[in-house]
Design a protein around this ligand. Structure first.
Ligand SMILES: *[C@@H]1O[C@H](CO)[C@@H](O)[C@H](O)[C@H]1NC(C)=O
Ligand SMILES: *[C@@H]1O[C@H](CO)[C@@H](O)[C@H](O)[C@H]1NC(C)=O
Ligand SMILES: *[C@@H]1O[C@H](CO)[C@@H](O)[C@H](O)[C@H]1NC(C)=O
Ligand SMILES: *[C@@H]1O[C@H](CO)[C@@H](O)[C@H](O)[C@H]1NC(C)=O
Ligand SMILES: CC(=O)N[C@H]1CO[C@H](CO)[C@@H](O)[C@@H]1O
Length: 868
């Protein structure tokens, strides 16, 4: 650890370097004074020496705190001295600030005192992780800006390419290019580059030449713009304080592990929720829904969960069913039939409660007085949603738990759904603000603090929208604060309560699908990417959307397969099904106004295709589930960009830009078709000397990578999938339901590393539905590895790490890829010491397969292979 004062470094730097249009004339300049050591960092005061920001209300003094929270995590906080300003409540933040600074730090901090600035570098390499020195620092009542200059030396080494990812939620390519990016929860379709449903002020930066990454998280819930140029990144938020965390990695996986450990590591989803989902807005009657379920079955296309959008409700009122179109008794019977077929039912629930006396959900909320209020703190605020004028439960009020428990319990008693789909929770409204007095366009400046008229409105310059666009007034009041501050957190509170209530009602692991989000929400929910379009562009961008959500700690993510708005086509829907079957969350969903897109409507070739595609998906369910186990324990990503896995092996800047191929875990790379009218697809195989195999055939595609390859991609196919040497992937024989699949025999696909014949894999199993199985140790876990013995023999071992989930799972098949040294095609195989002769070998491909092993999966097994 190094700490250096830089004395008297003069204000000239700030004044001359400032190129920021909005901050004209004289930037404020703060000095860092009374700096003192604390047990785990430093604290001091920032004093305004001269100048002022653009909008007035500059703080003359601020409190500065720096915490060495972990070897790979630095925390910086700058806020008002009296601690009166809004701060994001910390209940979901898992920060266990140590009482003493860790003995070793992977970063060095340099504090400049005159003017104030912070420089953070990586100890081992000197890479600059954060440098606020030359950028404006403004801290006003309703405008805070500060930033970081990118490392110029690294940029030069990376072909002048800066690799920034995250900053969600938005639909755009994964890597950022210069622009202004607004963050503010908004029901905003998938409009390109704009702010969408979630608030995730986190970015990951990656240096191609070193393969190192770091992350930066601003814990702030106010509307903000983030301005990215080729040289720097600047935050502009209109409230709260600066609560900044820097994660040093150095691998991208470690950055995420550290970030997710802070905000809450991702949930382990209920096993069934990894199955195939089907939904449509516009199923007018229960009979239509029944027909869909039946047609899926007739066509032998696995359907795990059938969903209803708002159609099922009586006049779109939550917790009701339409008496004519969805009679309660019949719905109940339908759900019970689904259950006996090992299928599930999920329905939508919106936060807006119809303002209607005599409607129980309204009356009861009124009685408990738990609806969000107007600025007077007394009158319920209303918005306009599907049922018309609505009030909104205030999930930040502890009393709302009682309300939500009562309503959900009553509803689930009637309709035993397997999960809830929480839509419109931005919170979305069809009118602006209070409906009657929306903030007029162009009205920007208030003379004194007024949440409805902030002087700086993030996104306004690009989109000419006020903050209350399609949502409640900024001065609305919650139990914990004002909508101006709380808006982005609404879904986080709603999910926290819903998750707890569902656990208490069902005793099972809840399945919740949310649209809105805030950092940390992935610890309790799954998410989809909102209202996209049936276009090739939308489909392509779903990949970067999904990758971004991995950064944000919401790995159980997917987009509406075949597209939501607009009409799909057979070809688009085919390609999207091939891609979507690899999404962590897979759901075909369609809009009311579009042509139907149930998969059985596209003809027999399509039907055969989706059967194959889903057979592949289901065969990999345990592999996916084991990835979820991993990220639940460590934090991290289930689906990964290529540079996460190969950044250390391949310094090419091109790697940082690839966002149409992706990894599932560390073992599989998917190269989907994202273009119309093509029957081949080109994929980049990063440099990696473990070898690249065709996952389905075992053929060695490339020994070392570093090449572009063209693959056949007929229309009716499974997306091209490569397996990376050094990995072991588990498969199961797929059945119609996830429950049956989970009990079927296992196969291990072993792709030997071409350098040393090593490979590694793991299998996690539990009952798929109990709460906290990992925390309570109610699971089994086996690690599989191979190691070389002689020049023509190697050993595969399975080691049981935990065996608390009793099961009769079988390991029946082992397939080995990469036996490139085998010439004759004869092997001596010993299974737990006993010779075993049932194998086939294809010497042209180097693929060996042993069958009918009849081993217990969760057992210490070893299989020795000696081949000639
Ligand atoms: C931070 O930025 C300042 C101003 O551009 C520069 O002088 C300084 O060298 C930078 N710090 C590091 C560690 O690169
Ligand atoms: C909401 O504001 C937008 C512009 O910001 C405007 O186009 C729209 O008409 C307004 N909606 C209503 C219902 O007033
Ligand atoms: C989150 O939910 C739990 C369980 O109901 C509850 O105890 C806790 O108070 C909630 N947290 C907040 C901040 O509402
Ligand atoms: C979708 O197709 C229907 C039926 O052909 C047509 O009426 C509608 O206009 C189409 N929608 C779009 C957005 O093209
Ligand atoms: C990425 C993309 O295709 N976004 C589209 C999603 O749908 C909206 C609404 O139709 C379009 O405006 C976006 O361009």
């Amino acid at each position: 650890m190094r700490f250096s004062h830089t004395s008297k470094f003069i204000g000239i730097l700030l004044v001359t370097i400032s190129l920021i249009a909005v901050v004209t004339s004289q930037n404020p300049y703060y000095s860092l004074d009374q700096l003192g050591r604390t047990n785990n960092g430093f604290s001091g005061f920032l004093n305004l020496q001269q100048g002022s920001g653009p909008y007035g209300g500059d703080y003359s003094q601020l409190k500065f705190d720096l915490f060495y929270e972990a070897q790979d995590r630095l925390h910086i906080r700058i806020g008002d001295v009296s601690n009166q300003r809004w701060r994001v409540p910390s209940w979901f933040i898992q920060s266990n600030t140590p009482s003493n600074a860790p003995a070793n730090l992977d970063y060095q901090v340099k504090l400049n005192q005159h003017p104030f600035g912070i420089e953070v570098t990586r100890t081992s390499t000197g890479e600059v992780l954060f440098n606020s020195t030359s950028l404006p620092f403004v801290f006003e009542d309703q405008y805070i800006t500060f930033g970081t200059t990118f490392d110029q030396k690294q940029k030069a080494k990376d072909n002048n390419q800066v690799n920034i990812y995250g900053l969600g939620e938005r639909a755009r390519p994964f890597r950022y290019t210069p622009g202004t990016f607004t963050i503010w929860n908004l029901d905003n379709l998938n409009n390109y580059n704009e702010n969408l449903y979630g608030t995730h002020p986190f970015y990951l930066q990656y240096f191609s030449n070193s393969g190192n990454a770091h992350g930066v998280f601003l814990l702030n819930s106010n509307a903000m713009d983030i301005v990215v140029t080729n040289d720097n990144l600047q935050w502009r938020t209109i409230g709260g304080v600066i609560d900044l965390y820097i994660f040093t990695g150095p691998t991208p996986d470690q950055v995420l592990a550290s970030y997710h450990s802070l905000i809450g590591k991702p949930q382990l989803p209920a096993y069934f929720s990894m199955g195939w989902n089907h939904c449509r807005y516009g199923y007018k009657t229960l009979d239509e829904v029944k027909t869909v379920v039946q047609k899926y079955r007739e066509n032998n296309i696995p359907l795990e969960t059938i969903w209803n959008d708002i159609d099922y409700m009586d006049a779109y009122k939550d917790f009701t069913t339409d008496p004519v179109r969805y009679p309660l008794g019949q719905v109940k019977q339908f759900v019970s039939d689904l259950r006996s077929n090992k299928q599930h039912y999920v329905v939508i629930v919106d936060p807006g409660i119809k303002y209607e006396k005599g409607y129980y959900a309204y009356d009861y909320g009124k009685e408990l007085n738990i609806f969000i209020k107007k600025s007077d703190g007394l009158t319920d605020i209303t918005g306009d949603v599907w049922p018309g004028i609505c009030t909104f439960p205030d999930f930040t009020n502890p009393k709302t738990t009682t309300y939500w428990t009562t309503l959900l319990k009553k509803f689930i008693d009637d309709v035993p759904v397997s999960g809830l789909w929480l839509d419109m929770n931005e919170q979305s409204s069809f009118c602006n603000g209070s409906c009657t007095q929306p903030v007029p366009i162009g009205m920007k400046r208030a003379l004194q603090f007024n949440p409805n008229y902030p002087p700086y409105v993030p996104g306004f310059n690009q989109y000419r929208r006020q903050l209350d666009f399609k949502t409640l007034s900024m001065d609305a009041k919650y139990h914990i604060g004002m909508n101006y501050d709380v808006h982005a957190l609404y879904a986080l509170y709603q999910i926290n309560v819903t998750d707890a209530v569902l656990k208490s009602i069902t005793g099972k692991r809840p399945f919740i699908l949310t649209r809105a989000s805030y950092a940390g929400i992935g610890a309790r929910t799954s998410k989809w990417l909102g209202d996209n379009e049936s276009t090739w562009q939308s489909m392509k961008l779903s990949i970067s959307g999904m990758l971004s959500m991995q950064l944000f700690g919401i790995p159980h993510i997917g987009a509406d397969i075949c597209g939501f708005l607009g009409n799909t086509t057979l070809e688009l829907c085919a390609r999207w099904t091939q891609l979507g079957a690899y999404y962590p969350f897979t759901r075909n969903h369609n809009d009311l106004k579009s042509i139907p897109q149930e998969p059985y409507l596209f003809g027999t070739q399509f039907i055969d295709m989706i059967r194959n595609v889903l057979a592949n998906r289901y065969s990999l369910l345990n592999y996916y589930y084991t990835q979820f186990y991993r990220v639940h324990v460590n934090g991290g990503a289930v689906i990964k960009p290529l540079f996460f896995v190969f950044g250390k092996h391949d310094p090419s800047p091109a790697l940082a830009d690839i966002d149409t191929q992706f990894m599932v875990g560390n073992a599989l790379m998917v190269i989907p078709v994202v273009q119309e009218n093509v029957r081949t697809v080109t994929g980049y195989l990063p440099q990696h000397h473990a070898g690249w195999f065709n996952y389905f055939t075992g053929e060695l595609v490339s020994a070392k990578g570093g090449v572009y390859k063209v693959f056949d991609a007929p229309l009716y196919t499974i997306a091209n999938t490569l397996m990376i040497g050094g990995n072991i992937v588990q498969k199961q024989i797929p059945s119609y339901s996830t429950a049956d699949t989970s009990r079927n025999p296992f196969e291990l696909v072993v792709a030997l590393c071409q350098k040393d014949w090593r490979a590694h894999g793991e299998v996690f199993v539990d009952d798929g539905e109990s709460i906290d199985t990992i925390e309570r140790g109610l699971y089994s876990h086996v690690t599989f590895v191979t190691k070389p013995l002689t020049s023509n023999s190697f050993l595969l071992t399975g080691v049981v790490d935990k065996n608390n989930y009793q099961n009769n799972l079988q390991l029946n098949t082992v397939t080995v890829y990469g036996l490139t040294f085998v010439k004759q095609g004869t092997c001596q195989i010993k299974v737990n010491g006993t010779p075993f002769t049932q194998y086939t070998i294809d010497t042209s491909k180097g693929v060996l397969r042993i069958n009918s092993l009849g081993l217990r999966l969760v057992d210490n097994n070893d299989i020795q292979f000696e081949c000639y």
